[in-house]
Every structure is written in C-alpha cells, then in structure tokens.
Design a protein around this ligand. Structure first.
Ligand code: 6PG
Length: 223
C-alpha cells in the first residue's frame, strides 16, 4: 500500500494520469479500467478526457457501481462519467455500463453477462472512492454482499446515502484487479483515511479495509 499525499490539485491530477499511463503501458491487450462514481473522481476523469498521455482510444472502461436511476438522473454515475471522462472528443475502445432502463434484476444480470463475455482478464485498474462509513463501490457496512465470493455483481441497499438501490461489483473482481487506486479528497476525510490505514474497525464495519492487503494499492489523498 502506498499513500500519496497531495496539497496541489494539479500535482494530484498529474500523478493520477501518470499512474494510469504506466498501468496501460504494461498490458499488451486493451487496458480495462473500472470507474467509481461519487464526486471525488470528477476532476481526474475530466483531466483524462483530454489527456494525450494515456491510450484513451484503446481503453475498455467499465463501471464499478451505479445507482438504480435513469441515466439522465443527476445521481447517475453513468451521467457523471459521460459529463467528465467522456465529455471530450476522445472516444474509448468501449464503455460498459449498467443499463438502468431495465428492471433491476435484468440490469444486474446483463452486466454480469457483459463481464463474462467481454472482460477477458482481471481488471488492469479499478478506481475507487470511499465513504466516511468505509463503504467503497456500493459495498456498505454489514451488507450481505460483503460475503459474496462468486457472483461478480450484487444489488445493495443504503438508507444513508442518496439513492437506496445500488448495483455494484463485489469484492472478488475488486481484489483480483491488477491495480487499485483509491481517491480521497478533503480534510473532512482525514479520519476516513486514518481508519482505513490505521484503525481497528472490522471489514464488516468498514468494508474498504478489505482492500488494504491488495499488493498494488495506491491511495491518493488530496487535502
Ligand atoms: C458512488 C461511489 C461511492 C463513492 C463513495 C465516495 O456510487 O457513490 O461509487 O463508492 O466512491 O460514496 O463518494 P464521494 O467521492 O462523493 O465522497
């Protein structure tokens, strides 16, 4: 685990682009990158949309998780990615997303099939955020989905954050990813960072803890 502290946003962004470029340079196939939603990744996604330092047109982008709302809803992670990462002239090799226009179970099943049919190796990179409660992706404390060992996707429910019904990757694909980047922004998340890296909460109570043992975990903290 490497914790990288930043006080300047441009250095944080530059380091993020460099990390992604390095990871993409290490694979012969099309790199696969899974994207979280929330607010933290917006600045990096926007910078990636115009960067000439990454092979944008070769990358297969995927979603880490989604809120079960229409793509046009302001809470949609698809909409967030469309308005940041995909807002420029560059087009990725592909962007695989949860089709929330379908009934929830069908949406989940379709994404699972998409992973089975089109993700031919483990993800090269998964970009994650973390909530103050230690949730990551849409894997919330004490959720049954934390125990999932086979199904790569799950439907989870939260009553603490906007949009109750969530669709998410489970820990198996997250932990099998070749690289993980956790983005944490703001002084208000210093406690979250400290609990993640030094605290003694269980992974049940603070799910992101499960990622700490990952061999290629980078944490970027901008404050
Ligand atoms: C989501 C994200 C979620 C996010 C955390 C942190 O759909 O909301 O995937 O896991 O990373 O909730 O959110 P912020 O970046 O907004 O603090």
């Amino acid at each position: 685990m490497h914790i990288n502290f930043f006080t300047k946003e441009d250095e944080y962004i530059e380091a993020g682009i460099k990390l992604i470029a390095d990871i993409c340079s290490k694979t012969k196939k099309n790199p696969s990158v899974a994207l979280s939603g929330g607010s933290t990744p917006k600045t990096l996604y926007s910078a990636l949309s115009t960067s000439n330092k990454i092979p944008f047109d070769k990358i297969d982008f995927w979603q880490v998780d989604e809120r079960y709302v229409k793509k046009t809803n302001q809470n949609s992670n698809y909409r967030l990615i469309e308005q940041t990462l995909l807002s420029g002239d560059k087009k990725p090799n592909s962007f695989h997303n949860f089709n929330t226009s379908l009934p929830l179970d069908k949406c989940l099943e379709n994404y699972k099939k998409d992973l089975e049919n089109n993700l031919h190796e483990d993800f090269d990179l998964i970009i994650l955020g973390i909530g103050p409660d230690g949730h990551t992706a849409s894997l919330f404390p004490n959720s049954d989905a934390l125990k999932e060992t086979k199904n790569p996707v799950a439907h989870t429910i939260t009553d603490r954050f906007n949009v109750k019904d969530r669709l998410t990757l489970t820990f198996p694909p997250l932990l099998k990813s070749k690289n993980i980047l956790i983005l944490i922004n703001g002084a208000e998340k210093m406690d979250t960072l400290n609990e993640l890296t030094q605290g003694n909460k269980s992974t049940e109570d603070f799910p992101a803890k499960k990622l700490i043992e990952h061999p290629n975990l980078e944490i970027f903290y901008l404050h």
